[in-house]
Design a protein around this ligand. Structure first.
Ligand SMILES: Nc1ncnc2c1ncn2[C@@H]1O[C@H](COP(=O)(O)OP(=O)(O)OP(=O)(O)O)[C@@H](O)[C@H]1O
Ligand SMILES: O=C(O)[C@@H](O)C(=O)CO
Length: 431
């Protein structure tokens, strides 16, 4: 990383991030903003002419987590080319803190391709985010108090995570060797950790999974990879990276997140996530607010649930936020998937929620919470959003954002597993 002091007119970006889903993108953007970077999140790869304004970091939000690996690779490489065109010297490949992927990818194939394009041969693998109770010990990923494969993620509709050992999971997705930087190393600080990373690289490893139990370990790792062109991980590692630029004199003191201005008017929650956390949040809101449930099998039979949901919203939306959800327990999801196929069931729901979001905004909704990464991707695409400003954090990993341009809509894109039980209702108090 160049250590020239940053001139006030410098337009090169310090850091770029490529996120494999839209909630993940706001998550990493939020953590960079909390550490004092001016961040903009762009939806998809921007056009060559796109001007992000005077910012320190751009997060490119892709919807590449659950598509064919070749497509994920090609989109990620386009994002990389755009970021490098803007002078970024370090790029974060942001995937889920629960390492959402299958044996077909896409974490391994995308990381491999990014390394090749950067003409480099080694990268950190750090999904940990202790603030959201994602920790890694001996290479095993924990979500809360349990191993990943006991956390509910084993029932994920698109990428069931049935193995908590990240070395094994990643090894099935890459031909590169995957090693471990154990907790005993990380806790000894930056120089010991950097030396361990260098040793793994010299021994021919392509990836180093890192143990992380608390934020201090993220900061150690972030400093140890200050010179790495590619860093891969969840949003947690982004908590430590801005400090590298500050230390090099290229980033000013931390400032408050952008004030998004005031948003009033109709409010709605759209939920397509079936994670445990979201199911709890849906149950909480359903007891307190008008709610409308979508069902994949009814949609497949041709029932016009989009029109029904919009009619429901017209009736109730003036009285406070309304909830429209497809979120369902694992048995219901399985019934739909057995009948329709995993991809078809997911895409029916995503298309319906996307069409509903468009209708809601046409009906005047200006504050929208969306739960689920794939769901958020579908909604944001349907709304034709190009870029998002990052605002105040609601819960760790989830900030309010606002669409750029006129007639701005406030959007909170909530990762499936994030947020407290009352998240949906509390979100509107934070805005
Ligand atoms: N009732 C249902 N039956 C079948 N599939 C469903 C149902 N409800 C939601 N889905 C699908 O499940 C998938 C959930 O993925 P999504 O990324 O939105 O949530 P998540 O994985 O919990 O969130 P994140 O990616 O942020 O962790 C979507 O494709 C959605 O359409
Ligand atoms: O890292 C996470 O857990 C989230 O940002 C996410 O990617 C969920 O889709």
């Amino acid at each position: 990383m160049p250590s020239q002091p940053r001139s006030p007119v410098e337009t090169t970006l310090l850091l770029g991030a490529i996120a494999d889903d839209f909630t993940g993108a706001t998550d990493v953007a939020n953590n960079l903003a909390r550490q004092g970077m001016r961040v903009v999140q762009v939806i998809g790869v921007p056009s060559p002419a796109f001007d992000p304004g005077l910012v320190d970091a751009v997060v490119v939000a892709l919807k590449s987590r659950s598509i064919a690996a070749a497509d994920a690779v090609s989109q990620s490489l386009q994002a990389l080319a755009w970021l490098r065109g803007r002078g970024c010297q370090q790029v974060v490949f942001k995937y889920c803190s629960t390492f959402d992927s299958t044996d077909a990818g896409n974490i391994g194939p995308v990381a491999d391709a990014l390394l090749r394009a950067l003409d480099h041969d080694f990268a950190l693998v750090c999904p940990a985010f202790p603030e959201n109770r994602r920790t890694v010990y001996k290479g095993y990923l924990f979500a809360g108090d349990v191993l990943l494969n006991e956390s509910g993620m084993e029932n994920h509709p698109l990428n069931p995570m049935r193995d908590a050992n990240l070395l094994r999971v990643l090894a099935r997705q890459t031909d590169g060797r995957v090693g471990l930087v154990p907790f005993e190393t990380v806790r000894q600080g930056v120089s010991v950790t950097r030396a361990a990373l260098d040793r793994l690289r010299a021994d021919g490893y392509r990836y180093a999974v890192a143990d992380v139990l608390e934020d201090a370990h993220l900061h150690v790792l972030a400093e140890a990879v200050a010179e790495h062109p590619l860093v891969t991980g969840g949003s947690g590692i982004a908590l430590g990276l801005p400090e590298n630029f500050r230390r090099a004199g290229r980033l000013g003191a931390a400032a408050d997140a952008a004030d998004l201005g005031s948003f009033a008017g109709p409010a709605a929650v759209l939920s397509g996530s079936c994670s445990r956390a979201t199911l709890g949040q849906v149950a909480y809101m359903r007891e307190r607010c008008p709610a409308f449930a979508l069902d994949a099998l009814s949609l497949a039979e041709g029932q016009d649930q989009v029109a029904e949901a919009l009619q429901f919203a017209r009736e109730y939306v003036g009285d406070g936020p309304v909830l429209i959800y497809a979120s369902a327990d694992p048995a219901t999801v399985k019934r739909a998937q057995d009948a329709l196929g995993v991809a078809e069931a997911g895409s029916l729901i995503e298309s319906a929620l996307a069409a509903i979001s468009r209708g809601l905004v046409e009906q005047g909704v200006r504050r929208l919470v969306v739960a689920g990464g794939e769901t958020s991707g579908a909604v944001v695409s349907a709304l034709g959003v190009n870029a998002l400003r990052i605002g105040r954090q609601i819960d760790p990993g989830v900030p309010w954002t606002a669409t750029t341009g006129s007639d701005s809509v406030a959007l909170a894109l909530k990762s499936g597993n994030f947020g407290g039980e009352d998240f949906f209702l509390r979100a509107f108090q934070v805005l």
